[in-house]
Every structure is written in C-alpha cells, then in structure tokens.
Design a protein around this ligand. Structure first.
Ligand SMILES: Cc1ncc(COP(=O)(O)O)c(C=O)c1O
Length: 423
C-alpha cells in the first residue's frame, strides 16, 4: 500500500487517491488523539504574528547561551576524547557528568551518588520514562492544578486518570493533597513542580514541603519532582530538592535547559538505587542514551567555567525583567486581575474574575492590541478550571517591551471587564 502522501513518483495517482480516500487519522491510537497538542500549538502560532509582543513563550533568554565557551569546550573535548564521545555510550549517561550532578545535590545537603543519576534528553524525557515505567491505562496520577502543559501531555500518552490538586500561593494545598490521596487509594504518582512552578511561578514553602512529605509518608506513592527552574532564584538562596524531605520517595527531573542551553537536550533523573535502573532501561528502549557529545561538551564547559557566576548573571537579568513586569502590572492592570510575584523562574500567573474567558481575551488581545499570553485552560487536566487565568513570561523580553506589552494587555483586560463577553 502506498502511504507516502504527496510523493512525486510513478505511483503519484495512486498516492493522490490514497490521500483523498484513506482516513489515515483512523490509524492513530487513542492515546495520541487525546494528547491535546494541537490546542497549545495553535496558541503559540497565533502569538507568533508580526508586530505581536509575545509574553507567551516559555523560553530561556538566548543571550545567556554561552556560545563561545561551548565552542571552546567542544574543541577541547573532541581533541581529548573524540573517539570515545562519538561512540555509543552507556544508557545511564556520561559518567563524569553524572558525578557532577550527584555532587551538586550533595552540596545542597541531599545525598545523591552517581548510580542514582540517569542522564536524559532534557527533563521532559524523564517525565516520559516516568509515565511508561509507572502508569498503566486508568491508573490514578495526582497532579498539580495548574500544571506544566508538557507534563500533562507527556503523561496523558500513558492514559492515566488525572486528579488535580490545587496549587496555592506557597505551594500545593497539602490538605487537598491528603484528601486526594485518601479518596484515590491506588494513586501511584504525585507530579509536582515545587520550584517556581510553570505556569504559576509558585515556590513551595518549607511548610508545604514538610506537608507533602507528611501526607505521602509510608504510602506506596512516588512524588515526581519536575525541577528545571530550581536554580533560577532571585534572592541568592540555594536550591534544595524535595528529596531532602522525601528521600527515595522522590524522583527528581533536572535539566541544563534553563541554565546552559535547551537545544543541547541534556537533563537527568535522580531516583533511588532500586529505581534508577528502570530509568536506564527507559533510555535504552527509547533512544539508547542521551547524546554523548552534548553531555561531554556540557561537562567540559562546567569544568572550565564558573557555572554559579553564569547562573547569577541569568538570575540578575530575569529579576530585572520580573520587576519590570510587576511594576507595569501595578500601573496598567485593572485591580480585579490578581497576579503572582515569583521569587524565581520565568512566569507570572494572572487570575481574572471568574466570568471572564481567557481564551476570548487572548484572541482579542492578539487581534486588537498585538500582545499575547497563554490562556490558562491547557494547564489544567480537567479542561475547565483555568478558563479565567493566563500565564505571562518575562524571560526573553526586554524591560521596555515588557512595559509596552503589559500596557496593551491592561487595555484588553479593561475592555473585557467592562463587557465580559467581548470577543
Ligand atoms: C516545568 C517544566 N518541566 C520540564 C520542562 C522541559 O525541560 P527540558 O528542556 O529539560 O526537557 C519545562 C520546559 O519548559 C518545564 O517548564
């Protein structure tokens, strides 16, 4: 059967017939149909129009990609060890980098040894391996509400039954988590982003961390700590993994994406000695191992440069950008719209009065005010709760552009508050 749609070969007519007659979408699995990727990509597409100030992207600021230093690291590591790093590697990842990751946690006072670290192609792959390792169709997964869209989509592929647990100003609502656990006794996982959560920017307080540990203690439930923003903190404090409170009940997903480069696709998982081999198996059966080359270059970069100074530079700039957004919000947003004030990370989360529809506001703001945010709906697993909320990102936008973007958004919000059904 010819399935190469649009191929310009002698079978072109048959191909065209196939294209017209054959409903290839009927081949898709239910898990792919349910994944909802189209909704989010259409939001980003709309935000990508010329002249639109986009506060919607969740990207690290490219001016902090250490291009020259990575070129130097590449040259050095290729000359010193090229035959090794261009060869296949072990599924666990590049040992020197696994050692570096383990030591970084030890400096936080969290005991991690290299055997517990498996390198992944970005932290999102750690989420995928978590899904394929633990979730049978219909299994209950507790997840923050709101939660990172990528985590929802990635886990959705494994067809869980999601139970959303609300996130408050200082972390997950611990009482609600306790209730969710007792109402769903078979729940296996709780997915959390405790440091500068995407989308809310919320940082779990010590009380929230202790509370999570208290409610899961002695239960057969794992807490998946999705932690790519851990080091992006504006007050100079040290990151601390939930592993400190949870020990082996925690699986941590970390990443170089926000502190070195997302394009290199190097992240890691930290799991107990008993579970780490399953993550290595997950790597083996997906893509064999994370790129040896990218891991080695990052390792050499870390050896030759002061990563803490590099991260401090990122944080100083993001703090200025966050401040610009907070100041502009105070100036231009109607007081009915409440926003978070993140202590790190890349996002501010806004909550409008309940009767306002963020999706309508989004389309109106893009069309008439040339400014884009991300409507809140996709950040919830039940598709309803975030309809009056939206996410803004400041990481890639200069302060004067942030001010103009927020001014435009304030205008759109004021219109919608006057006439909630405006579109
Ligand atoms: C909460 C969260 N987890 C994971 C990721 C993916 O990061 P990585 O590039 O390490 O796969 C992101 C990226 O935006 C994120 O916001």
């Amino acid at each position: 059967m010819v399935l190469e749609l649009g191929s310009a070969s002698a079978t072109g007519i048959v191909t065209f017939w196939t294209y017209l007659m054959f409903d290839y979408k009927s081949l898709l699995t239910n898990r792919v149909r349910q994944s909802g990727a189209a909704q989010v990509s259409s939001i980003f597409k709309a935000a990508d129009r010329p002249g639109v100030i986009s506060l919607s992207g969740g990207l690290p600021n490219p001016k902090f990609f250490p291009i020259d230093k990575l070129i130097a690291a590449t040259e050095k590591v290729m000359r010193a060890d090229g035959h090794n790093i261009l060869q296949y590697g072990g599924s666990e990842g590049y040992l020197p980098l696994r050692k570096w990751v383990a030591e970084r946690y030890c400096k936080q006072g969290v005991e991690v040894v290299p055997e517990m670290v498996v390198m992944t192609s970005g932290s999102l792959q750690g989420m995928d391996i978590t899904g394929r390792t633990f979730i049978e169709p219909g299994d209950t997964v507790l997840i923050e509400a709101p939660a990172f869209v990528g985590a929802i989509q990635t886990l959705l592929i494994y067809q869980p039954r999601f139970v959303g647990v609300p996130v408050a100003a200082d972390g997950v609502d611990v009482q609600a988590l306790g209730r969710a656990i007792s109402e769903n006794p078979g729940a296996k996982l709780f997915e959390a982003c405790p440091s500068f959560q995407n989308p809310s920017g919320v940082l779990y307080s010590q009380a929230a961390r202790d509370g999570v540990a208290a409610v899961v203690r002695d239960l057969a439930i794992l807490v998946v700590e999705d932690d790519p923003y851990a080091e992006l903190r504006f007050d100079g404090s040290q990151p601390v993994s939930l592993r400190r409170e949870l020990g082996d009940q925690c699986i941590t997903l970390g990443s170089f994406s926000k502190i070195v480069s997302p394009g290199m696709r190097v992240g890691w998982t930290v799991a107990s000695r008993a579970l780490a081999p399953y993550y290595a198996l997950g790597k083996q059966t997906t893509d064999s191992h994370a790129s040896n080359f990218a891991q080695a270059v990052i390792w050499q970069f870390l050896m030759d440069n002061d990563i803490d100074a590099h991260i401090a530079g990122i944080n100083a700039t993001y703090k200025i950008q966050r401040d610009a957004m907070i100041t502009a919000i105070a100036k231009y947003f109607p007081p009915e719209v409440k926003t978070t004030v993140p202590l790190g990370g890349m996002f501010i989360w806004a909550t409008m009065p309940d009767d306002l529809d963020a999706m309508k506001m989004f389309h109106d703001a893009v069309d008439h005010d040339l400014v884009a945010v991300v409507p809140g709906g996709p950040f919830y697993t039940d598709g309803k709760r975030g309809n009056h909320q939206f996410r803004m990102s400041y990481s890639t936008v200069e302060p004067d552009v942030i001010e103009e973007g927020i001014r435009r958004l304030g205008r759109a919000l004021a219109r919608h508050l006057d006439a909630p059904s405006a579109s």
